[in-house]
Write a protein that binds this ligand. Sequence first.
Ligand code: FES
Ligand code: FES
Length: 158
Amino acid sequence: GVTPVTVRAAVNGEPVTLRLDPRATLLDTLRERLDLKGTKKGCDRGQCGACTVHIDGRRVLSCLTLAATVSGHQITTIEGLADGDRLHPMQEAFAHHDGLQCGFCTPGQIMSAVAMVDGEGPARSDEEIRERMSGNICRCGAYPRIVDAIRDAQQVMR
Ligand code: FES
Ligand code: FES
């Protein structure tokens, strides 16, 4: 058998200690061990962005991240983005602009967009939004409204 490892991290502000298989991905750990199902499993191989979460405010693909490597770090998922009952401005903007169809890609789009604006600075054009969000695939083709939402939200977030 494989020797389990102990991971201590903060998930959405709460301290979490888990014993887990060193091969477990952060994505499976969030979904299956912590029941945080907002983070979606799309391709499970780094190609769709559905699994995007934040580690210390930076966007990462949780399907490509081993949970064993996040000890000592702050993980934020879509469940941790709102401030109590107050939605994050990016969530508000996606709702307002209807930036989704089936909604499968939406948590990843929102997490990616928040880290893009907060961590890396607002985009200066729609073209730049599309380019910097190109790791987040929407099979429904909701891109025009996703771009509208991000353009608006980054004004509020400034
Ligand atoms: Fe991680 Fe697709 S599930 S990139
Ligand atoms: Fe369906 Fe984006 S809204 S995949």
